[in-house]
Design a protein. Structure first.
Length: 154
């Protein structure tokens, strides 16, 4: 008898596909870690929001008490932090949804929920991949500008 025939059908994805007990255990473990990391992500988002609020309030206080005009508005960094919160929210949300959908699907042997969980995991990694490509492009452009500025100085 082959290993495939010995598998426990915990929820068929298709008419002839099954999830082995070992694969199910790996997915259960993965959902626990994904849930843990998404909770930490939400906590981090909360701290970032507090930081942005602090920058807005601190910036307003610094500008009102500064004797000399500041070269830029300190609240600008609060806006940058808010933009980072928005960008950081999506991968954390997708990871949390993956964990909750996958956990529910594995618990109830619901293939639709498992599939939805994998869809959120795909969205999580797709978002991270696109952001990585954008950041690499940003770094390359920054290096070109920096090198060009250095060459023009001489």
């Amino acid at each position: 008898m082959s290993e495939f025939e010995d598998t426990l059908d915990t929820g068929s994805v298709g008419s002839d596909r099954v999830i082995t007990e070992q694969a199910k255990n790996f997915l259960v473990s993965t959902t626990k870690w994904a849930n843990f990391l998404s909770i930490l992500g939400y906590i981090g988002l909360g701290f970032m929001l507090l930081g942005a609020l602090g920058m807005f309030l601190g910036g307003a206080f610094m500008q009102s008490s500064a004797r000399t005009p500041m070269p830029f508005n300190p609240a600008f960094f609060g806006i940058i932090y808010l933009a980072m919160v928005v960008l950081y929210f999506f991968p954390v949300y997708y990871l949390n949804q993956f964990a909750s959908k996958m956990k529910a699907g594995l618990h109830s042997n619901n293939t639709e929920s498992i599939t939805k969980g994998f869809e959120f995991l795909k969205s999580h990694y797709k978002f991270l991949g696109i952001m990585t490509i954008i950041m690499i492009g940003f770094y390359i452009v920054s290096m070109i500008i920096t090198i060009s500025a250095g060459v023009l100085m001489y």
